[in-house]
Design a protein around this ligand. Structure first.
Ligand SMILES: Nc1ncnc2c1ncn2[C@@H]1O[C@H](COP(=O)(O)OP(=O)(O)OP(=O)(O)O)[C@@H](O)[C@H]1O
Ligand SMILES: [Zn+2]
Length: 741
């Protein structure tokens, strides 16, 4: 790509060559810097520049961006300090950063910052040194058995770290040092490990006729060598992964890199193994559990093209791929693709943008596609590739509602008798059960029986959640925590506190009581120390070492547990109460459908049970009947009528301040200054449902615009005219919001 760059646009002022630079800070423009004589810079390369009193890293841009304001006095121009060693960003990364900044209204510097997500790349590299044998050297003057062993092992000519050689020859590193001193070994830099290369022809998968048609459609999208979006819409267990692997294979054959995005990369051990079985080598992983140096290595390997297939979380989209030719967004409906921090972007949508900028195909895969994606497939904007049945031939699980009004659980218990019976029977059959509750901890509320006090977070409008295993009360919004109190913090009555409602820990407690012989696994992100432990646990479940799995949403996604027969949803109504969220119904449907879809994937029969107080609710009806199409029709009709996405566009503005009145006044003032428009509605301000987070009071505005309106232009005009926000007041702009709290 770099060859396609236009020559750098530079001006000459008083003979100096200038380069526009974007700094990775919250500023929306380039700054001109003098390129010192003898230094070569090109667009995309990283430079160190003085900025105010500091030194900062910036990216040389290929044109000036933003309002440079008054021309800078040439005498005040500063000089680039140095060019950094990191590979330059390809041109497409610059265009991508600009696109996202424009779309999300984030400053360009902040989207550029996302392109620099591996700090190690920009730090001076300390090469690691190892030792290797010196051919033809004379025997060391003093030969010991230890020296002998070390030399025998080193004889193969490999480069090893000193410690590794010492360990292999059961001697101390002192022995190795001695051999370096005697000239028998020499210290050399250890070359960076190259990632193994996936082989598109490693294994030939036999496909069913239905799968084969889908494979064909996706392959031809790759062969089209142009931008297209395909929705791979297949029921749970239909083999979407195996099918899209063929698109990856084709991309590799054509010599391009591929990116597979997964919502929960920490849980993808199974996925990695399947990839390796298909391609003979693992993909390169990108996620938050990587160490700093690992991140640096992956970042570089995507730039050099050594990384052929990257599997990553949403931030993988910002890696500097030199020749990306395919993006797959698996579980494309997953709300985890929306980033609600700093730059508010929806990674699935930005993957589509990246594909269009790079003129290559994008594949969105899901068993429960987002309404937006469905509409795009129906209108023909996306290709619709369907896998209607499970690969194993098994049918989708039957889902039975358990009406909690009719058969409630015993007092102080959470599993209703029909669900308990189902688990008992499943255990007797030697099969697995899964209990799903999307709530971490033991109980969501701790109440004083004596004075009625509810223990809440001092900094947020939220109750503290009891985590009994860790003996703490926790705020899930700000991380605040206190040890479990023994008496009421308000009335000081000892022993008066009671836990209300269930979290997964409490369900686990009940399961242990009811099924004393069962082997139980509790999967909740806060209870598992790390990636390795998590992967071990998943493998154990897969291998049948567990009878009852209890988990939060981390068990809902993507797993394939062959022996799992029964899925019980402890609280089916949990996601439906999110008042203002237009996606609450859709999201609940997706989650419940995905969870029940874990059952009966390899066995002939799977069963799902949903505990609910409202079995007649349309979402419950859709889950129970399995009639996805009817549910979609109703949801799509609702969206159309309400001008909700994708028929209309939403933007959330959130004003936050330490002082409640200030937040409200500022929000009102902002609303008041909204430019008049016949077509655009500005709703609010209203106090946010989560009225206080981390001690900041929050007020929300919601902008509703028809699809065809350039809502960014409207917002830009509006925001440009606002008086500067004083003190600690913060305004967040969230285009296409997913959170309405
Ligand atoms: N053609 C095939 N040959 C062999 N095994 C297959 C084939 N297709 C699917 N499978 C197996 O069937 C199981 C389900 O496939 P897969 O996990 O790809 O489905 P999925 O559609 O991605 O499911 P979900 O949406 O529930 O995650 C896996 O164990 C997979 O290896
Ligand atoms: Zn809090």
């Amino acid at each position: 790509m770099q060859g396609l760059f236009e020559p750098l646009e530079t001006e000459t002022r008083e003979g100096a060559q200038l380069a526009p630079v974007v700094l990775a800070v919250a500023l929306d423009q380039t700054y001109d810097y003098i390129v010192p004589a003898g230094l070569e810079v090109e667009p995309g390369c990283f430079v160190l520049v003085p900025f105010g009193p500091q030194s900062r890293i910036g990216v040389v841009w290929d044109k000036s961006v933003g309002e440079p304001g008054k021309p800078v006095d040439p005498k005040k121009l500063k000089v680039i300090t140095a060019r950094l060693d990191a590979p330059p960003l390809p041109e497409i990364s610059l265009r991508f950063a600009e696109w996202i900044a424009k779309y999300t209204l984030a400053p360009l510097g902040m989207t550029v910052r996302m392109l620099m997500s591996a700090r190690a790349v920009f730090e001076p590299q300390k090469p690691r040194f190892g030792v290797t044998i010196v051919g033809g050297a004379a025997e060391p003057p003093r030969m010991t058995p230890a020296r002998q062993r070390a030399l025998e092992i080193a004889a193969d000519g490999a480069i090893r770290a000193k410690a590794a050689l010492a360990a292999a020859s059961s001697c101390s590193t002192g022995v190795v040092d001695g051999l370096v001193a005697s000239g028998n070994l020499v210290e050399v830099a250890i070359p960076e490990k190259r990632p193994p290369v996936p082989d598109p022809c490693h294994r030939v998968t036999e496909f069913s006729p239905e799968q084969d048609a889908a494979v064909h459609a996706l392959r031809s999208a790759v062969d089209g060598a142009n931008f297209s979006v395909s929705l791979l819409d297949g029921v749970t267990g239909s083999g979407k992964t195996e099918v899209y692997f063929e698109a990856v294979a084709r991309t590799l054959e054509r010599g391009h890199q591929a990116l597979i995005m997964l919502p929960e990369i920490a849980l993808t051990d199974q996925f990695m193994r399947r990839f390796e079985a298909r391609f003979g080598a693992p993909p390169v992983e990108w996620h938050s559990a990587l160490s700093g140096p690992e991140r640096g290595r992956v970042w570089k390997q995507t730039a050099t093209g050594e990384a052929r297939v990257v599997v990553g979380a949403r931030s993988a989209l910002f890696l500097p791929f030199s020749d990306l030719g395919l993006i797959i967004v698996d579980e494309e409906h997953d709300a985890g693709y929306k980033q609600d921090d700093r730059v508010h972007y929806q990674a699935r949508d930005m993957a589509v943008v990246r594909g269009s900028l790079g003129a290559f195909p994008v594949i969105l895969a899901s068993a429960t596609p987002a309404i937006e994606t469905h509409v795009n497939a129906r209108t023909g904007r996306y290709r619709h590739v369907v896998l209607p049945g499970r690969f194993s031939g098994a049918s989708l699980p039957d889902v039975t509602p358990i009406d909690l009004r009719v058969t409630p659980p015993d007092k102080g218990k959470w599993l209703a008798p029909p669900l308990v019976d189902a688990i008992t029977k499943t255990m007797a059959d030697g099969q697995q059960s899964l209990l799903f509750l999307n709530r971490r901890g033991y109980a969501p509320l701790t109440l004083c029986r004596s004075c009625g006090h509810r223990i809440d977070c001092p900094q947020c409008t939220a109750w503290l959640v009891e985590h009994r295993f860790r003996g703490k009360l926790h705020c899930h919004h700000c991380g605040f925590s206190i040890p479990l109190p023994e008496k009421c913090p308000k009335c000081a009555e000892p022993g008066s506190l009671v836990a209300c409602g269930p979290g997964v820990e409490r369900v686990a407690e009940e399961v242990a009581e009811r099924f004393p012989g069962a082997r139980v696994a509790l999967l909740s992100s806060d209870l598992i120390p790390g990636l390795t432990e998590m992967r071990d646990m998943i493998r154990n479940i897969e291998a049948g070492g567990i009878d009852i799995v209890i988990g939060t949403q981390m068990v809902a996604k993507g797993h394939h547990f062959p022996n799992l027969a029964t899925v019980g949803i402890v609280d089916g109504d949990l996601g439906l109460a999110q008042g203002a969220d237009p996606r609450a119904g859709e999201r609940t449907f997706q989650l419940l459908h995905q969870v029940t879809g874990r059952a009966g994937r390899a066995l002939t029969e799977g069963r799902g049970y949903v505990q609910t107080h409202m079995p007649e609710h349309p979402v419950m009806q859709a889950i129970i009947s399995g009639d996805r199409e009817a549910f979609l029709e109703a949801e799509i009709a609702n969206r159309r009528k309400g001008l909700l996405p994708p028929y209309g566009r939403l933007v959330a503005l959130v004003v936050a301040a330490r002082d409640k009145e200030t937040a409200q006044l500022v929000a009102r003032d902002i609303a008041h200054r909204a430019p008049r428009s016949e077509k655009i509605e500005v709703l609010g301000p209203a106090e946010a449902p989560l009225a206080v987070i981390r001690g900041r009071h929050r007020w929300r505005l919601l902008v509703k615009a028809p699809r065809e309106i350039d809502v960014q232009a409207y917002l830009r005009a509006w925001l440009a005219d606002l008086p500067p926000l004083k003190g600690d007041i913060k305004l967040t702009v969230d285009i296409d919001p997913y959170s309405f709290l």
